[in-house]
Design a binder for this molecule. Sequence first.
Ligand SMILES: Nc1ncnc2c1ncn2[C@@H]1O[C@H](COP(=O)(O)OP(=O)(O)O)[C@@H](O)[C@H]1O
Ligand SMILES: [Mg+2]
Length: 328
Amino acid sequence: MNNDVILKVDGLKTYFNTDDGIVKAVDGVSFELKKGETLGLVGESGSGKSVSNLSIMKLIPSPPGKIMAGTAIIDGKEDIFTMTEAQIRELRGNRIAMIFQDPMTSLNPFLRISTQMIETLVLHQNMSKKEALVKSIDMLELVGIPHPDKRVHDYPHQFSGGMRQRVMIAMALSCDPEILIADEPTSALDVTIQAQILELIQSLSKRLGTAVIMITHDLDVVAGMCDTVIVMYAGRIVEKGTNDEIFDDPKHPYTRGLIKSVPRLDRPAAGRLFSIEGQPPNVIDLPACCPFHPRCGEVMAKCKNITPGVTKLENGREVRCFLYEGDK
Ligand SMILES: Nc1ncnc2c1ncn2[C@@H]1O[C@H](COP(=O)(O)OP(=O)(O)O)[C@@H](O)[C@H]1O
Ligand SMILES: [Mg+2]
């Protein structure tokens, strides 16, 4: 394997057993994350973005969930899915960190930030408490918290939403992970703060060499920020390309729809924004077909009864759509 690749996910399938049937939340997802790159994972709510990444962290509740197939090789060596519990704990603490929309899911409201940060550093980095406090203050400074030597002793609720998100980023990056998974990290913040947080993640990842998986339902968030963009629909990847390829020349009708629905600051507003008609399909008992066909303006007869495979285009670009079948 190319040793620039820090994570290689191949054929991941994660299903949930529910009263209504089997939810095929992730159904054959494959991608590579290169060292230090930022990979955008976009798609409407329910497309399988979070489940893909929770699978990689082995955080799928089981039952009802189960990883049915696939491998996730980290740094060209071990498969995460066959690791022992002890290896997984070390992976989560040290090698892959995750941040979420709501920082309170990772912060304990009853403990001072110092207590929480020190505990992680003592456990995973073998630091003394004193060293860990110094490191915690350094990290808070790095993420732009004013007076970090005082604020480190505050409780989570004493920070504003944006500042709390910064604290979570400081905690996530304190053990120097190789990968940061950011799952809709700014969806709850107002637009100005959102831009600041995205810029912070971007500049820290460049500075520290951390690879980032940026998950969002909002294409606007990843525009210009990512090296590679993956578009998910109904548990599958429907398009993959570089940032410029996806934004300048989107191939899949779904990606084109998503891009048309993003407001552009560099163009005059053309009245109401475009939105893709219809709803994503139910991923229980999905018959063979392109799951996007009921919403697609370019639907053909075969889209309704054959599932399109992946067509590989130039430069490693990929699209799952019959329009490009002959373009290999
Ligand atoms: N614990 C669960 N039990 C049953 N279904 C689930 C569970 N978690 C997620 N799902 C289903 O998996 C699919 C993908 O969810 P998710 O990955 O959270 O979507 P996204 O992050 O793209 O919004 C959805 O249909 C969702 O309802
Ligand atoms: Mg999600």
